[in-house]
Design a protein around this ligand. Structure first.
Ligand code: ATP
Length: 324
C-alpha cells in the first residue's frame, strides 16, 4: 500500500481529514491495513493512524470486523478509567474514496511480545507487573460488557513509560445486556473434539490458535463471555514466565487437541504460586476459571498469592520493573 494522500474535501468543517496530519514512518503492517506514525499538524501531537484499503476490506469480507473494531474502540475511548488507562484509544475516524483512517494512541515502545522475546522470559516481578496491568484492563473491559477474544502478547503494546496498551479489537464481542457474563451454562455438545463434528467444523474460530479457549473451539459461541479472556490471561502469564505459550504444536489441529484436553506441562522450575494461578485459569469449564464467579471483578484473582503485595490501582503510576 502506498503512502496515503487526501482525495476528498471534508464533508463537515469539524471532520478531520488526512490533510490534518503529517504522515511519518510506517509502524507496522496488518493483514489489511498499514499503521503510520502521524502528527496532528495543528495540535503537534503524535498519533498512530491505521489506514485500511476499502477494496481490500470488501474483497476479504472484513467490513464487519472493521466496523466492530471501531464500535468497541469508541466505547472504550468514551469510558476511560483512571485506574486502568491501559487501552489504545480512538481519537478520530475519517475516510476518502479509497481508504479508511483510524487515529489512535501512539504506542512508542512497541509490542510487549518483542520485549518478551528480547529477554526470553520475564522474572516473577516483571510478570506480576504486566499481568497486573492486563488484569486491570480486563476488569474495565468486562465491566463495559466487552470480551476481547484475542488477548495475546502481540496485541499488547507499550506506551512511552512502558505501560500496557491493549489493542486489536477486531475479534471483540459486545455482550447484550441480557447475556449472563459471569456464569455461562454449558451447552450440550455431541463431541468434545472440535474437528470431529460437522457443527464445529463449520465454525471458524475467532482469536489466535494458541490462546483460544475450549468453548470457542467447541463452537459453543452462545456461552463465550469474559472467561474466554481469563483463559487467554492464563496462557499469557505462562508465556511471560516460560517464553512460549502453553499449547503448542506443528499445526492448528494438534494445538486444538491439546487445548480441549488441557494438555500442557510446567517446566520443573516454574514458580509454585504462578503454577496455581495458571492452573486455576486454564480450566475447561468457563464457569470454573478463577474469577469467573466473582461478583466484584476479579477479587479472587487479585487476592491470589501470586499477586500478593500488588496495589492494582496505582500500577499505572509505577515504573515498570527494570531488566538489569
Ligand atoms: P492483523 O490485522 O493481521 O490482525 P494487526 O492487528 O497486527 O494484524 P494492525 O492493527 O494493522 O494489524 O497493526 C499492524 C502493526 O502496527 C502492529 O503489529 C503494530 O506493530 C503496529 N501498531 C498498531 N497499532 C499501533 C499503535 N497504536 N502504536 C504503535 N504501533 C502500532
Amino acid at each position: 500500500m502506498s503512502q496515503p494522500t487526501t482525495e476528498e474535501a471534508p464533508s463537515k468543517p469539524t471532520k478531520k481529514t488526512a490533510n490534518d496530519y503529517a504522515f511519518g514512518k510506517l509502524l507496522g503492517e496488518g493483514s489489511f491495513s498499514n499503521v503510520y506514525l502521524a502528527k496532528d499538524v495543528k495540535a503537534q501531537r503524535e498519533y498512530a493512524i491505521k489506514v485500511c484499503d476499502k477494496m481490500h476490506i470488501i474483497r476479504e469480507k472484513k467490513a464487519e470486523l472493521i466496523q466492530r473494531e471501531k464500535q468497541v474502540m469508541t466505547i472504550i475511548s468514551h469510558h476511560r478509567s483512571d485506574v486502568a488507562p491501559f487501552f489504545v484509544n480512538l481519537y478520530a475516524t475519517f475516510q476518502d474514496s479509497e481508504r479508511l483512517y483510524f487515529v489512535m494512541t501512539y504506542a512508542p515502545s512497541g509490542e510487549l511480545l518483542k520485549l518478551l522475546n528480547f529477554h526470553k522470559t520475564f522474572n516473577k516481578e516483571t510478570c506480576r507487573f504486566y499481568a497486573g496491568e492486563i488484569l486491570q484492563a480486563l476488569i474495565h473491559l468486562h465491566n463495559l460488557k466487552i470480551v476481547h477474544r484475542d488477548l495475546k502478547p502481540e496485541n499488547i503494546l507499550l506506551n512511552e513509560f512502558g505501560h500496557v496498551l491493549i489493542t486489536d479489537f477486531g475479534s471483540a464481542k459486545i455482550m447484550s445486556s441480557n447475556e449472563k457474563a459471569d456464569l455461562p451454562e454449558p451447552e450440550k455438545s455431541n463431541s468434545d473434539d472440535p474437528t470431529s463434528n460437522k457443527q464445529s467444523r463449520k465454525n471458524s474460530f475467532v482469536g489466535t490458535a494458541q490462546y483460544v479457549s475450549p468453548e470457542v473451539l467447541q463452537g459453543k459461541y452462545s456461552i463465550v463471555g469474559p472467561p474466554a479472556d481469563l483463559w487467554a490471561f492464563g496462557c499469557v502469564i505462562y508465556q511471560f514466565l516460560t517464553g512460549s505459550s502453553p499449547f503448542n504444536g506443528p499445526n492448528e489441529y494438534l494445538i486444538f487437541q491439546k487445548i480441549i484436553k488441557i494438555n500442557y506441562d510446567f517446566p520443573p522450575d516454574f514458580d509454585s504460586e504462578a503454577k496455581d494461578i495458571v492452573e486455576n485459569l486454564l480450566r475447561l469449564e468457563p464457569g470454573e476459571r478463577l474469577g469467573s464467579r466473582d461478583t466484584d471483578r476479579y477479587t479472587s484473582i487479585k487476592s491470589h498469592e501470586f499477586f500478593h503485595g500488588i496495589d492494582f490501582d496505582v500500577l499505572h503510576k509505577q515504573d515498570p520493573p527494570s531488566f538489569d
